[in-house]
Design a protein around this ligand. Structure first.
Ligand code: AMP
Ligand code: MG
Length: 514
C-alpha cells in the first residue's frame, strides 16, 4: 500500500519578539530611569514556561529556543535598545519611604504583539542603582509563586501582570536560609505604579517631569480621557474606578495581596508584585497573609480601605499640577475625582457576590442575605472557595431547610457548617429567594460554576510545587499551571488541588522575604 501522501513539514524559524524602538518610559528620557544590562547568572535552565502566553503574544515556539533562555536569564542583551530600571518612590505600610525604584527588575523593552504593545520585564536580574540594601535577586520560591499566581489570576478574569517564564540558576541567594536565584519574565502593557507619580512630586520635586509623565500616560493608556473637559481629573477618576473594580474582584475571590504599598499599586488597575499574597482558606475577614505585617494593615477586609488611602496618596502627588487653581478649588476637584471609589467598589462587589450566589435578579434584601452568609462563614471559618463552589449544587427546594425535600447533593454545602440550625435558617431564606426568581437548578449551577472557581492557588499547592522544584523537579509547577489556567472547569483527576488545605499548611508562613 502506498504511504499516505504528506506535505513536507516546513521547519520555521521560531518567531522572535519584535522590539519597539522606544516604549513610553524610554521616550520620556533618563529622568525616569537608568539604562543598564542585567547581571548574568551561571548554569541557567528553564523552570517553567507559559506557552499559552507565548502564543497570545505571537511568539509561537520561541520559548523552546536557546535564544529565549539566555535572553530571559539576563545573560544576553535584547536585540533592541538597552534595558532600563525605572525610578519610583512610595508609601510603605503607611509611611513615606522615599525613593525606591526597580531594585531588581529590568525593563527589557516593549514588544509588538497581538495583545498590543507589551512591556517585557525581568525580575531578579541583578543590582540596579535602586537596589538600596538588596542584592537585586529573586529566589526560586517567590518566582514560582509569582509565575503561578499571575496566571491563576488571569484565568480568574482578574486584571494582572502576566508571567511568561521562570529561569533558574544554582547561584546561592541569602534570605532566611540560603536559596537559589531565579528570574521571572513579566509582561504587561505598563509596570507604572502610583509610586512613579509620587516620586516626581515628593522626591524629585520636579513638576515638569510629573506633567510629562502624566500627559504621556493619559495619551498612551487612557486616550478616552484626552478629550474630556479636564483630562487630568477624568484620568484620576478612571484610575479610581479601575482600582475599585480590581479590589472588588480581589475581595470576591478571596485574594489577599499582602503588601499594598503605593509602589505596589498599578496605575492601570492590574494586580502587580506578587509577594506574600494568599487566597483565603477558612473565611476570616481579618486574615493577614503577610507574616511580616504585624499590625494587620493589609488584612483581607482592610484592602479596599487601603486602596482608598493609596488613591489619596496618588492625588496628593498630582496636586501640584492643579496649583494654578485657587484653593480650595483644586483640593475639591481632586477629592471629586476619587470620590466614585466607594460606589464603584460596592456596586462591583455586590454584582460579583450576587453572581456567586446565582442570583439572576436584584432585590432589596440581597445584600442582607449575602452578608448573613459571609457572617456565618466568618463565625465558622468555613472554607471560602469550597463553600462558594458547593453553593452551586444547592437545590432550590432547600438543603436541609425545614420542610425541604431530602435530596441533598453528594457534597452538600450544608455539610461544611457545624451549626446546622444556623445554616438551615439561612438556607431557607436562600431557597425562598431562588424560588422567587424562578431559579432552575441546572442552569443556575452552570452560571455559578462559571464564577465560583474550583481551583485557586492556595499556599500549600504553591509550596508543594516549590519543594519539588527545589529538588530539580519542575513537573509539579507545570502541572499546577495547567490546572490553574482552567479554574472553573471540573477537571476530574485533580480533586486534590480543590480540596481543603492539609494540616501542615497551617504552619506555612509567607513573609516579604522573596
Ligand atoms: P517589594 O516589597 O518587593 O515590592 O519591593 C519594595 C522595594 O524594594 C522595590 O524598590 C524593590 O525593587 C526593592 N527590592 C525588593 N527586594 C529586593 C532585592 N532583593 N534587591 C534589590 N531590591 C529589592
Ligand atoms: Mg514592589
Amino acid at each position: 500500500m502506498d504511504a499516505p501522501l504528506r506535505e513536507p513539514i516546513a521547519r520555521r524559524a521560531p518567531a522572535e519578539p519584535r522590539w519597539r524602538a522606544a516604549g513610553l518610559l524610554r521616550s520620556l528620557g533618563p529622568a525616569y530611569w537608568t539604562a543598564l544590562p542585567a547581571q548574568p547568572l551561571p548554569e541557567v535552565h528553564w523552570v517553567c514556561r507559559n506557552q499559552a502566553l507565548a502564543a497570545e503574544l505571537g511568539l509561537g515556539d520561541w520559548l523552546h529556543g536557546d535564544a529565549a533562555l539566555v535572553l530571559l536569564a539576563g545573560n544576553a542583551p535584547p536585540a533592541g535598545p538597552p534595558p532600563l530600571a525605572s525610578v519610583y518612590s512610595g508609601h510603605q505600610f503607611g509611611l513615606w519611604a522615599g525613593q525606591l525604584g526597580d531594585g531588581r527588575a529590568l525593563l527589557l523593552g516593549e514588544i509588538d504583539s497581538p495583545l498590543g504593545p507589551q512591556e517585557v520585564q525581568l525580575k531578579g536580574s541583578g543590582l540596579t542603582p535602586y537596589s538600596r540594601m538588596g542584592d537585586g535577586r529573586a529566589v526560586l520560591r517567590s518566582s514560582i509563586r509569582e509565575f503561578l499566581c499571575s496566571e491563576a489570576m488571569h484565568a480568574l478574569g482578574i486584571p494582572t501582570t502576566r508571567a511568561l517564564a521562570v529561569v533558574g540558576s544554582p547561584q546561592p541567594v541569602l534570605r532566611e536560609t540560603v536559596e537559589t536565584a531565579a528570574v521571572v519574565t513579566r509582561v504587561a502593557p505598563s509596570f507604572l505604579r502610583f509610586g512613579h507619580f509620587e516620586h516626581f512630586t515628593h522626591t524629585a520635586g520636579d513638576t515638569v517631569a510629573l506633567r510629562r509623565l502624566v500627559d504621556a500616560v493619559i495619551d498612551r493608556y487612557f486616550p478616552e480621557c484626552r478629550d474630556a473637559p479636564a483630562p487630568l481629573l477624568a484620568w484620576l477618576e478612571t484610575v479610581t474606578r479601575r482600582t475599585a473594580r480590581l479590589l472588588a474582584q480581589w475581595q470576591a475571590v478571596g485574594f489577599c495581596h499582602g503588601v499594598m504599598n503605593t509602589d505596589n499599586l498599578s496605575i492601570l488597575g492590574l494586580t502587580i508584585d506578587y509577594g506574600p499574597f494568599g487566597f483565603i482558606d477558612g473565611f476570616d475577614p481579618m486574615h493577614v497573609c503577610n507574616h511580616s505585617d504585624h499590625q494587620g494593615r493589609y488584612a483581607y477586609a482592610r484592602q479596599p480601605g487601603v486602596a482608598w488611602w493609596n488613591l489619596h496618596a496618588l492625588v496628593s502627588a498630582i496636586a501640584p499640577l492643579l496649583d494654578h487653581l485657587p484653593e480650595p478649588a483644586a483640593a475639591e476637584q481632586l477629592a471629586g475625582a476619587i470620590a466614585p471609589f466607594e460606589d464603584e467598589f460596592d456596586r462591583t462587589l455586590q454584582a460579583r457576590l450576587r453572581a456567586k450566589l446565582g442570583l439572576a435578579t436584584t432585590r432589596e434584601d440581597d445584600p442582607a442575605l449575602i452578608d448573613d452568609l459571609l457572617r456565618l462563614m466568618a463565625t465558622e471559618r468555613t472554607d471560602y472557595t469550597i463553600a462558594m463552589r458547593r453553593l452551586g449544587e444547592f437545590p432550590t427546594d432547600g438543603c436541609g431547610a425545614p420542610g425541604a425535600v431530602p435530596q441533598a447533593p453528594r457534597r452538600s454545602v450544608r455539610d461544611l457548617f457545624i451549626d446546622r440550625a444556623a445554616f438551615d435558617a439561612w438556607a431557607a431564606r436562600y431557597a425562598q429567594r431562588l424560588r422567587a426568581e424562578g431559579s432552575v437548578d441546572g442552569e443556575r449551577r452552570a452560571r455559578m460554576h462559571a464564577v465560583n472557581p474550583k481551583f485557586v492557588l492556595r499556599n500549600h499547592l504553591a509550596e508543594q510545587a516549590i519543594r519539588r522544584a527545589q529538588q530539580g523537579d519542575f513537573g509539579e509547577t507545570e502541572r499546577l499551571l495547567k490546572v490553574l489556567q482552567r479554574p472553573f472547569d471540573e477537571q476530574p483527576g485533580h480533586e486534590a488541588d480543590a480540596d481543603f488545605p492539609p494540616d501542615w499548611a497551617q504552619q506555612l508562613q509567607v513573609s516579604c522575604s522573596s
